[in-house]
Ligand binder design. Sequence first.
Ligand code: HEM
Length: 421
Amino acid sequence: MPTPGDSEPSQDGPTPALFSWEFATDPYPAYAWLREHAPVHRTRLPSGVEAWLVTRYADARQTLADNRLSKNPTHHAEDAQGKSRTGIPGERNAGLMTHLLNIDPPDHTRLRRLVSKAFTPRRVAEFAPRVQELTDQLIDDFAGRGSADLIHEFAFPLPIYAICDLLGVPSEDQDDFRDWAGMMIRHGGAPRGGVARSVKKIRGYLAELIHRKRADLGDDLISDLIRASDHGEHLTETEVVAMCFVLLFAGFETTINLIGNGTHTLLREPGQRAVLQDALAAGDTALLESAVEELLRYDGPVELATWRFATQPLTIGGQDIAAGDPVLVVLAAADRDPQRFADPDTLDLTRRDNQHLGYGHGLHYCLGAPLARLEGQTALRTLLTRVPDLRLAVDPAELRWRGGLIMRGLRTLPVEFTPVG
Ligand code: HEM
């Protein structure tokens, strides 16, 4: 059977090779091919690891909630032989291993309950004025110029400063964080060279900051994580470090790409953008909410949910999977499945029936979704209101995409507009 990447054209024309440069630019034709012809497809990833890709919505949703699949990399058949190459951040950093995305119940239940006591929707709601202030400051810096790179000047700094503020990282240290985080992104999170050094620096810094805060608790998320207790149980110092680390790396590149991919989509869809701008001018925030959900469905930041490993032989969508096999749920493919969404390749900011999988599903459903929504909505509303005639400054074909295994986003987003005061 031909697979994406074979030179043989499929019914809809040739499909680009998975994980190639063309694929990062537009993976959706390949995903349509997979959903149609090989909905549970075994492939060799760029790292050399073989994994199953699940692309249909119904299979994806079921797989995300299937407790026969473990998040713990020690269930990987290759890992059992001591040679895992999954490249999970922290894999070789034992202290950072015990974070939510790498563990199963009952450890996951305990840690998630504790962190949920600190990282509450209320804390996020109270943070709204600060997100607005950060957004305005970033726009102030380029608004008078008439041009900007919205990734470097807007989408990238906003989430990093926001999470630093929320955690309680002192403002004088936040630029260091920005550099370390930039290094992790530039290298796609792969645990080698500069990334390993950045991970080490972040871990060392967080351990020291947490130690200091323990002696002088404040009104920030780190202090609340230290305080959080469940039946008298607290997070250990190593667990607080791992938790802060996962909040940083799970919440950072994702939100950059929500703002970047979302703005890019709106610039390419002037009709839909006009609908949103009209609604914003009329003070209709309900449309802003559905718009951000639709942008997540249509071109979301997370291509694939993080690793899962079969703990026993099982069947997904009629395909037998062996114990120890890695399974990757392709959220971006599931969210364009015509069996689930009407006109899935059409952007419809008013879409109501939109239970997309952009934030995952089941036990590991995104813990930061309220913060991501707050940042995404604030960023897009403020940008489109303050800089209403924003337009792409380059031909769309010149845009370059960063396609890691998990995330997909733009490297740069050059725009121009009438300068505003
Ligand atoms: C989990 C997406 C922003 C923290 C997840 C998962 C997805 C996701 C798909 C599930 C992964 C899986 O099942 O393998 C997103 C998207 C975001 C975003 C699209 C932005 C648009 C954030 C933010 C934070 C955050 C801002 C925190 C500051 C987390 C954490 C988990 C998670 C801690 C692990 C939860 C668990 O395992 O119990 N996210 N995320 N995310 N996310 Fe997000």
